[in-house]
Design a binder for this molecule. Structure first.
Ligand code: AMP
Length: 361
């Protein structure tokens, strides 16, 4: 089966690493000459809306998917006329716009923090009186890893805030005083079958994920799965979806969805019977979905900016090293380490040891 992937970053690379043993062949559309998925497939180095390359994908692929959601909707619409595209165009449209996403959560009775659509500084000043402070102003589209966000703590921070984010359409969100952050990776197949991985407990620094720990029998697992199913069914979604939540007052508040495999699910490569990458491919290919059961106790530490030396990482217990083949650069996700241990105490020790190496970088 020939799989076309829009985007050629680390998520695309890990999709190909999971799909190649299944007999799949991968082509990536990515404008970056050094796209890190290029060594594991065919690289179409062109813009996401380049007509010739889109036509080539449309004519030669059996299925097309995404590892990156900020793709022009015309490109998705064009592909969808010629080849099965999963997840569908509507899922991408909703997931890449924070306003559409939050509005959908409200329609589906999934709790969210107070929010307001912002298109001018005047609207922002009015909205702050309703939403309250502290709050976060976020660009509606194209934001990731804490980029395109500004925390507003006082009225002084509100001055010029809309212009500071480029004057583009934004969403103002009331700041959530959360007890923790969790995410679920849910996968829906062609037949409507849904499987969910155990919740991951996530730690962010400066808006960037640094650590995910898979939990066993989390008390909020059933609730998270219920919310994820509502979204998957509403969108008639096919593939893997990452759903991030805040833990508040013993319940969950939706933060955002990602219409693709997700960084907080990387632990599944070694920590689950079937990884999120393989399950995404199974879903889009119309194959039976794989087991999401845990193998032991797992966590994932992101390597940001630099990768510790293999020899150092491998001298520790329970480590599995994943390089993304990217040029090292401050703030860039260049790899991750999955930890898989036989007990929780051992896992905590392994995480601390890897974090000590990563923070020395
Ligand atoms: P996002 O890109 O929206 O997922 O934001 C990245 C991170 O910023 C989240 O994982 C949280 O740690 C933090 N964050 C985002 N929105 C809020 C909010 N409304 N209240 C508190 N923290 C937030």
């Amino acid at each position: 089966m020939k799989v076309g992937v829009i985007g050629g970053g680390q998520l695309g690379r890990m999709l190909a690493l999971a799909g190649t043993p299944l007999g799949m062949e991968f082509s990536f559309l990515d404008p970056a000459p050094d796209a890190c998925a290029a060594p594991v497939g065919r690289h179409l180095c062109a813009a996401y809306d380049a007509r010739a390359e889109l036509q080539e994908l449309a004519e030669t692929m059996d299925v097309v998917t995404f590892e990156f959601e900020n793709v022009p909707s015309e490109a998705v619409a064009y592909l969808a006329q010629h080849v099965p595209v999963f997840p569908n165009a509507e899922s991408l449209r909703i997931a890449r716009d924070r306003l559409c996403e939050k509005t959908m959560f409200c329609e589906l009775d999934i709790p969210v923090t107070a929010f307001a659509n912002i298109e001018s500084q005047q609207q922002l000043e009015q909205a702050v009186t309703e939403v309250g402070l502290p709050a976060i102003l976020k660009t509606r589209t194209m934001g990731y890893d804490g980029k395109g966000q500004k925390v507003l703590r006082s009225m002084d921070d509100v001055v010029g805030a809309h212009a500071a984010l480029g004057g583009v359409p934004c969403l103002l969100e009331a700041f959530v005083d959360f007890a923790g952050e969790v995410s679920v990776i849910a996968v829906r197949g062609h037949s409507g079958e849904v499987v969910c991985y155990p919740l991951a407990h996530n730690t962010h620094e400066g808006g960037v994920l640094v650590l995910s720990v898979a939990s066993e029998n989390h008390p909020l697992q059933t609730l998270a799965e219920d919310y994820a199913r509502r979204v998957l069914e509403h969108l008639d979604y096919v593939g893997a979806l990452g759903f991030e939540f805040f833990e508040v007052d013993g319940g969950l508040m939706a933060n955002e969805i990602a219409p693709r495999v997700h960084n907080s699910g990387h632990w599944t490569i070694e920590g689950a019977e079937c990884s999120q990458f393989e399950n995404h491919l199974r879903a889009i290919a119309g194959l039976p979905l794989g087991s999401t059961s845990l193998i032991g106790y797992s966590a994932m530490v992101n390597c940001i900016g630099r990768m510790p030396a293999n020899a150092q990482l491998m001298s520790l217990k329970d480590t599995h090293v994943h390089h993304y083949g990217k040029v090292e650069k401050p703030g860039r996700k260049v790899g991750h380490v999955t930890l898989r241990s036989s007990g929780t105490g051992q896992l905590q020790q392994a995480v601390a040891a890897v974090q000590a190496l990563v923070s020395k970088q």
